[in-house]
Design a protein around this ligand. Sequence first.
Ligand SMILES: *Cc1c(COP(=O)(O)O)cnc(C)c1O
Length: 451
Amino acid sequence: MNQILKTSYNLSMSKNESLVARSLQAVWHPCTQMKHHEQFPLTPIVRGEGVWLYDAEGKRYLDAVSSWWVNLFGHNHPQIKDAIKQQLDTLEHVMLAGFTHEPVVALSEQLAKLTGLGHAFYGSDGASATEIALKMSFHYWRNTGKPSKSKFISLQNSYHGETLGALGVTDVAIFKDTYAPLLLQSAQMPSPDFRLAEAGESAEQFAQRCANALETYIAAHHDELAAFIVEPLVQCAAGMGMYHPIYLTRAREICTQYQVHLIADEIAVGFGRTGKMFACEHAAKQVSDIADFVCLSKGITGGYLPLSVVLTTNDIYQAFYDDKTVKGFLHSHSYTGNPLACSAALATLSLFEQTPVLQENLKTSRYLQEKMQALTLLPIRHMRHQGMIHAFDVQSSNPQFSRDCYAAGLTHGLLLRPIGNTVYWMPPYVMSAEEMDWLVDQTALVVQQSL
Ligand SMILES: *Cc1c(COP(=O)(O)O)cnc(C)c1O
């Protein structure tokens, strides 16, 4: 008997069952066909600790996807928790128009130092950071007397969020097609995702070929282009599509030559995920050598509170600085620069300062790379990794592979969320060797069961 029926018959339910039943009645869950939950149960979580999530009966799940790519240092981290608690005793929130506070100033200063981009504009989630960058770029060209530069381009299979503006530069059919009549038109450039290369072509050769195509397009259309938005190094939502950093170097050169902004969407890959603090650093010394705008969110608070930021150059900032109100950037969100979220972000940054996180991650990543060789016994291809992202594509005739694999994982206490036939690990940076061994063994088992 399903849980909704049990509630209506008032039969006795476990704590888990009752939480799930109430959720299915009251909560409309994201990215979900709710009817699938008739067959496939929701997973109720009551607490987290390190890489583990626990349900009401004490069953635990290894969070191999960092709760949608946001968690960096594990659940229930004492230092991040303490920072938020301390801030809570001082100031929970104040509007950021006309007012300021220490956490937002300190965070902006630190992010400026880390990226080389000195002006920080805040939002609350990734999609709103994309919106902010697109609007700022468009507005910059109006303010500087080039209003015809009003269009955006992105990569094939790109993902930049799901509000209408962000969806306009996103290229994932299942999220986009239904809403197509509502969206901005934008052109998609060939993706340098190495899985799309010709046989015998190296990652670098393929990236160069894609950059040549970008150059041809921009050379012909730059008069009407405001910006090129790109996910540096890894197109995560496309199924962890990885590419050679030369593409970013070339894209920067082309954008500079033709006066088109480059927006680096580091929402998923920022804060150490790809092996450097920011993915752009694989192509240049710092983010500002590649990007006119960088969008950050997800890991910025260690996965504790919603926060996003767009950082940009002094040149762009100055184009808005004027006696006329309408030349200013009049965009706002109620919770812009929320002090609690900023304090979580500051605590997260201080963890990067206190411990050699990137070096430790290198060791973790190497260990996983070695271990994952055992998976080559399965029908898989494109085994790949970039920092703390490891992925492979499963060759399976099961049209429901991703759902079956997700379900089998949960049965075994493993939170995997394959994207199509791509299985990936994007875990918190704090896995022990035993946990990694367990992760690899269970993944092999679960994939085998879902083929
Ligand atoms: C998750 C993501 C977004 C959107 O962030 P939300 O907080 O989910 O709105 C945008 N771009 C990239 C690259 C992402 O991974």
